[in-house]
Design a protein around this ligand. Sequence first.
Ligand code: ADP
Ligand code: MG
Length: 263
Amino acid sequence: METVIKIDNLVKAFDGRRVLDDVSLEVYKGETLVIVGGSGCGKSTLLRHIIGQLKPDSGKIQLFGEDITGLRESGMDRLKKRFGMLFQSAALFDSLTVEENIALPLREHTKLDEHIIKIMVKMKLNQVGLRDFGHLMPSQLSGGMRKRVGLARAVALDPEIIFYDEPSAGLDPVVTAVVDKLIIDLANALSITSVVVTHDMNSVFRIADRIVMLYKGKVLQIGTKDEIRNSKNEYIQQFINGTIEGPMQFFAPDEGYLEELTK
Ligand SMILES: Nc1ncnc2c1ncn2[C@@H]1O[C@H](COP(=O)(O)OP(=O)(O)O)[C@@H](O)[C@H]1O
Ligand SMILES: [Mg+2]
């Protein structure tokens, strides 16, 4: 199996606190790898290292076989054309139409003729089920439609890898299922490698080929859906079952505090 992303012993601290603590993992060509974990466990920070937005304190990141740890901006720009991203907010430009938003990376990174760009934009719109909505402004769209426009833009340059950071954040369960199906369909149609960050366990088991469980910046386990479902790790069982009882720490009210306040 060909490896497209390889991370070795990645460590990153903010203000002296380790947010990523010796993370190692590989992503294989064509697979959908899902990174799961509770809020604040380091998922977005991990993604930002892979796309070169953050540099590690130590450890190594290879993208398409190239060590990006010491890569300068110009080198990173070259690699950026080979992957697409869909972030939490979809980050559309509100002053541009849907079509113009999708055309943006094509205009920025290619010298294609305007009429070719128009055709490519229409193809991408069709792929995400928004054929007739190109002329609208982002503000006229629902949350799910905005996500789909973001997705069309992310695949505009036919990337080899697509990164998703919580693609279903803020969406209802049905729209989440629609976005998940789109992620699966795009992965199949374009034989793309997908790296998806989420905390939605329904999504995880729908879309993943393999799952990475993170907890407090550490990898708890990497495995297939069945391996994670049948994991003996108590943290993992607590997370996938969403139970309060278990080894994961959470914030609980301090019973004695009220008494102290009213003393
Ligand atoms: N630029 C930053 N400066 C300081 N702390 C940060 C920064 N980015 C993230 N963090 C902290 O790192 C931890 C992990 O954040 P993040 O990767 O965004 O978590 P997740 O995406 O899993 O919810 C959080 O405690 C967050 O506050
Ligand atoms: Mg995040």
